[in-house]
Design a protein around this ligand. Structure first.
Ligand code: PAF
Length: 281
């Protein structure tokens, strides 16, 4: 695996693959890779000739009060994780390489960015869609891979790709969890031991909702009540939202008939965690 920091060098390398008609996959990440990222890289490796993994802690998707500075970074760790999962190139540009002086062009997707995460993180998705657009233009992959854990991000990217006619296939991959159910996330490192224990309440609450769904409970407010009760039993948990929404529009739905997303955001101490359940009939 080769580590590349410059756009021009990356594109020179990719050109030889593009010319031979070989397929290229892109797995965009902010680094501190874990098994969740590795599952994306493995899938990309299975389905394509070459895999580019980008590692870039994207400043435009963080608000000033958020964790940009303390976001975990470890290049050596990322090189090992990416290489073992099958990456051919690790692209690790600097901030100025991607955002030169006076940069002022952004990609904005409407409605689906204005709900859920968008309410507490108003500039977040504009930063995500801008950086993903830049990476798509630089790499020109046939396929791009995202984790289902950031379910809203996946919906936003799919809408952007569809509505702005990007010629790339967006692949969503299942959430990878710790043994006790906590969804893998680079931010889990912020949790103290007692917070780490408390954090399991997110996946446990979704598990209870799933059991209720399987037993025929289809009413959103009843499913939400089951989740809230479990979360409220955890003194360290502070609920931001629990919602049952349509998988494309992200609009709240009263009943689950076909597919639906149950999404939650919860603060455990100072760390805000998200998790979700994708229900498919
Ligand atoms: O999901 C992430 O890690 C980031 O939002 C992404 C897609 C790499 C863009 O910075």
């Amino acid at each position: 695996m080769q580590t590349i920091t410059k756009i021009a060098e990356l594109q020179e390398k990719l050109n030889s693959w593009h010319k031979k008609g070989e397929s290229i996959a892109l797995v965009p990440t902010m680094g501190y890779l874990h098994e969740g990222h590795q599952s994306l890289i493995r899938k990309a490796y299975e389905q394509n000739d070459h895999v580019v993994v980008s590692v870039f802690v994207n400043p435009t998707q963080f608000a000033p009060e958020e964790d940009l500075e303390k976001y975990p970074r470890d290049l050596r760790h990322d090189q090992l994780k990416a290489e073992t999962a099958g990456a051919n190139i690790l692209f690790t540009p600097s901030v100025t390489e991607l955002y030169p002086m006076n940069f002022n062009s952004y990609v904005k997707v409407g409605d689906v960015t204005e709900v859920l995460e968008g309410l507490t993180r108003p500039i977040h998705f504009q930063g995500v869609t801008t950086i993903v657009t830049k990476l798509l233009h630089i790499v020109q992959p046939q396929m791009i891979y995202f984790g289902q854990k950031d379910a809203q991000q996946l919906v936003v990217i799919k809408k952007m790709v569809r509505e702005l006619n990007f010629s790339v296939k967006v692949i969503g991959c299942p959430i990878i969890r710790e043994e006790d159910g906590l969804a893998k996330s680079s931010r889990n490192i912020y949790l103290s031991p007692s917070e780490r224990q408390a954090a399991v309440s997110l996946s446990q609450s979704l598990k209870l909702a799933k059991a209720a769904l399987i037993n025929g409970q289809r009413t959103s407010h009843k499913l939400i009540k089951i989740i809230v009760q479990r979360l409220e039993a955890e003194p360290l948990a502070e609920i931001d939202y629990v919602k049952v929404v349509d998988t494309q529009t992200l609009k709240a739905i009263d009943r689950i008939d076909q597919t639906a997303l149950i999404l939650l955001a919860v603060k455990i101490g100072k760390t805000r965690l998200i998790d979700n359940l994708l229900y498919q009939k």
